[in-house]
Design a protein around this ligand. Structure first.
Ligand code: AN0
Ligand code: CP
Length: 317
């Protein structure tokens, strides 16, 4: 593997999951792969899980790790070419990328959607510049439109917990006070559409995701109807994609919060969320604390998805 930004980069999902379960059973078996190799993780946005799990995965593989928080202590970076740099940004990405690349072998980038300019976000302008100008393998730690390390961990988790060959997986929008990117739901849909699961998306009208991510998923505007018979409930908030409301919060209606009464409509479903989660907005205390909540094992699998990706990149370095 060279770069990892979408589901297409991982190849057949059954072998990716098999490899993940092997890595999970024996996570220190590949320490030689990363010897004298350096991972640079660059964060334009906050992170708890991605930061820790990716660093742990790299250490399992024997790598050295450098972490840069661009907005804490580094120079502010200009990302647009042709700008007269007389504002607060002291350095351009076009110098910063090759300089950073000179200190490492592999680069992980977290750069969220700005949610102001849809074209800029959906062209993936930041991570594609890293791919173009670094000369290094680059992987997404959540870019503008996708969060593939999360979706891969979600897939591993569903494979571990499913009790039917073809489970019903329901991704439901849930309320949140701030505007969030569509990266997690886009990516989850992209990965679920690559499986043979029964995959349903439910959200209020106006929250339609980009058609290329919805794909063949069933969209059901009635959340209760969507949840009937579900085996997995995947909650997530996102801001509007459709024009003219791109990046806006259209509703914070807590009638969409996942609670015990809604979980009772399912087939004793497991509850999933990528975290961080706002309790009693997205999901009630009762549901997230219930024995059917698998948010912690889901987060633990982030170490495994990152390790498979780093292992495959190291194998092809
Ligand atoms: C981010 C998002 O929704 O994309 C990161 C999730 C992994 N969430 C927040 O900013 C709260
Ligand atoms: N799920 C996830 O990516 O969490 P962080 O934003 O804390 O990395």
């Amino acid at each position: 593997m060279r770069h990892f930004t979408t589901v297409n980069d991982i190849g057949p999902l059954d072998s990716a999951v098999r490899e993940a379960l092997e890595v999970k059973a024996n996570r220190f078996a590949y320490q030689h792969l990363g010897h004298n190799k350096t991972l640079l993780m660059i964060f334009f946005n906050s992170s708890l899980r991605t930061r820790l799990s990716t660093q742990k995965a790299a250490m399992n593989l024997g790598m050295n790790v450098i972490v840069l928080d661009v907005n804490q202590g580094a120079w502010k970076l200009e990302t647009e070419r042709g700008v007269i740099m007389d504002g607060d940004k002291a350095e351009h990405l076009l110098e910063a990328i090759p300089v950073m690349a000179s200190y490492c072998d592999i680069i992980g980038v977290r750069s969220f959607a700005g949610l102001k300019d849809k074209a800029e976000d959906y062209e993936e302008r930041v991570i594609s510049q890293f791919i173009k100008y670094s000369g290094r393998p680059v992987f997404s730690m959540e870019a503008a439109t996708r969060h593939p390390l999360q979706s891969f961990a979600d897939l591993i988790t569903i494979e571990e917990y499913k009790t039917k060959p073809r489970p019903k997986v329901v991704m439901t929008w849930a309320p949140h006070p701030r505007a969030l990117p569509q990266a997690v739901p886009n990516s989850f849909a992209e990965w679920m559409n690559a499986t043979d699961y029964d995959f349903v998306i439910t959200h209020p009208e106006g929250y339609e995701l980009a058609p290329e991510f919805v794909g063949n998923a069933r969209v059901e505007y009635d959340q209760r109807k969507a949840l009937e018979g579900a085996d997995f409930v995947y909650a997530k908030n996102w801001s509007a994609y459709a024009d003219p409301n791109y990046g806006k919060v259209l509703s914070t209606d807590r009638a969409w919060t996942v609670d015990t009464e809604k979980m009772a409509l399912t087939d004793n479903a497991f509850f999933m969320h990528c975290l961080p989660v706002r309790r009693n907005m997205i999901v009630t205390d009762d549901v997230i604390e219930s024995p059917r909540s698998i948010v912690i094992p889901e987060a633990a699998n982030r170490e495994i998805s990152a390790q498979v990706v780093l292992k495959r990149i190291l194998e092809d370095l």
